[in-house]
Design a protein around this ligand. Structure first.
Ligand code: GTP
Ligand code: MG
Length: 433
């Protein structure tokens, strides 16, 4: 099982566009939910007066999610398609929960953009979808599969589909996807299952592949198994029988039962370390896990510091030989996306890097660089404006560990956010300690 090709996909798109419905539909069509289970879920949707949400409820399991009719937590499903393991992450599209979306994007190999075709025709490009795409682009997701959903509401019209597709290409190009023309586009109806697993008789004009055929052909990206173990912590729990449990995705290296691991950053004299007792992956126990796998780890021989209180989201699990020092300062190449005025020294946004979210300070603007060539235009400019690139020195204002983007891209790319907007994004080029 561990040698199977594995691909992690993140669903993208505005709230209500049908991401959870599509994931639920896939679970039904591929036989992951039995009839009785689905009947119970359907009844619950009727009791809550949320008819039409029954497929989404397969993903949205909490009462709050079901009552509000939206996703709040990042949902996961693992499917086996064409001998590959496809892990779908279903994030909330609602702006209020963008943190959970960024968590998913940070660990994804490729994206699936779901568009409500009718709504998109009505309102056009929306800042929320643009934001999702910008974030996915800046976090290094190169490939996006584009699903034009709710085709039933556009009478399955080829003409309308082509119009939507054309605007989508423009939007993707604007967000940094210069090769958007070469992406796969599929007209679907997630609710009815048209072009999801099987070809739709409602759209005989569409001759290309269904969504499942498209995802079954995605190639697994290069996995980094050699080198240090790196697992950014997503969640920590404490269970009465098991003790401390850490959940996260391996972004470099491999781990097996019996390995001794540590956690960075560490400020105490007593190391936060423990021996791996069990590894859980996709609800089953495994002996070994490698880069790309989302796992839960439990331990024995825990040091006294290895507790839910001292282990935090965004800290990184490492092997004992390759711990990471807390970063006092780093230099980064950034692009300003969205600042209403300009970024100056002293600006304090929130830093989002792998699973870490911490306040930081722009300590110095070292240089302004040319967007196309990357060459330095001026040294120590007083500010950076929208669409400008620069090199800056950033000071994390809380304990923070990461890597140079050139060594482990997923641990060195970041976004700077403020007032619920992504102001800038960049990559770590030098660590100054
Ligand atoms: N007509 C029609 N409605 C659909 C289709 N797919 C989804 N919907 C409806 O769209 C609504 C929202 O679907 P969700 O799957 O919850 O949307 P979401 O993108 O997960 O939304 P968030 O979780 O808030 O981000 C539900 O009422 C679905 O029934 C479709 O193919 N056709
Ligand atoms: Mg949802």
């Amino acid at each position: 099982m561990e040698s199977m090709e594995m691909i992690n996909l993140i669903m993208l798109g505005r709230t209500n566009y049908g991401k959870s419905t599509l994931c639920g539909r896939l679970c039904i069509d591929l036989g992951y939910v039995d009839k009785d289970g689905f009947m119970r879920i359907k009844k619950h949707s009727e009791v809550l007066d949320k008819k039409g949400m029954e497929y989404a409820f397969i993903m949205d399991e909490s009462l709050e999610e079901r009552q509000r009719g939206i996703t709040i937590q990042l949902g996961f499903i693992g499917l086996e398609i064409n001998g590959k393991r496809i892990n779908l992450m279903d994030p909330p599209g609602h702006i209020e929960f963008i943190n959970n979306l960024i968590s998913g994007v940070a660990g994804a190999d490729a994206g699936v953009l779901v568009i409500d075709a009718k709504e998109f025709k009505r309102i056009g490009i929306d800042p929320q979808i643009e934001e999702h795409l910008r974030i996915s682009n800046l976090f290094g997701i190169e490939q996006i599969i584009v699903l034009v959903n709710k085709m039933d509401l556009l009478d399955y019209s080829q003409k309308k589909y082509e119009e939507v597709k054309e605007s989508l290409i423009k939007m993707l190009e604007e967000a940094g996807y210069k090769n958007a023309k070469n992406f796969e586009y599929v007209p679907i109806s997630a609710y009815d299952g048209d072009n999801v697993l099987e070809k739709s008789s409602n759209m005989p004009w569409y001759k290309k592949e269904t969504f499942v055929e498209v995802i079954s052909k995605i190639k697994e990206p290069k996995r980094f198994i050699k080198g240090p173990l790196r697992i950014p912590i997503l969640r920590v729990f404490s269970l009465p029988e098991t003790g401390t449990v850490i959940a996260g995705k391996i972004e470099n290296g491999e781990v097996k039962i019996g390995d001794e691991i540590g956690v960075s950053p560490c400020f105490t004299d007593v190391k936060m370390k423990a021996k791996v007792k069990a590894i859980e992956w996709q609800h089953r126990k495994v002996e070994y896990a490698k880069h790309g796998m989302d796992i839960g780890l439990s331990f024995n021989n825990q040091s006294q510091t290895f507790t839910k209180r001292s282990l935090k989201k965004g800290y990184i699990v490492t092997d004992l030989k390759n711990e990471i020092k807390p970063i006092k300062e780093f230099k980064a190449k950034i692009l300003i996306l969205n600042h209403p005025t300009e970024i100056k020294e002293g600006y304090m946004p929130l830093l989002y890097c792998h699973q870490a979210r911490i306040p930081c300070k722009i300590k110095k603007i070292d240089s302004l660089i040319d967007t196309e060539t990357g060459k330095e235009i001026s040294k120590n400019p007083s500010k950076l404006k929208k669409n400008q690139r620069g090199i800056v020195t950033i000071e994390p204002l809380k304990p923070f560990v990461a890597e140079l983007a050139k060594n482990i891209p997923k641990l060195g790319r970041f976004a700077l956010r403020d007032s619920n907007q992504t102001m800038a994004a960049g990559e770590i080029i030098e660590i100054v300690n």
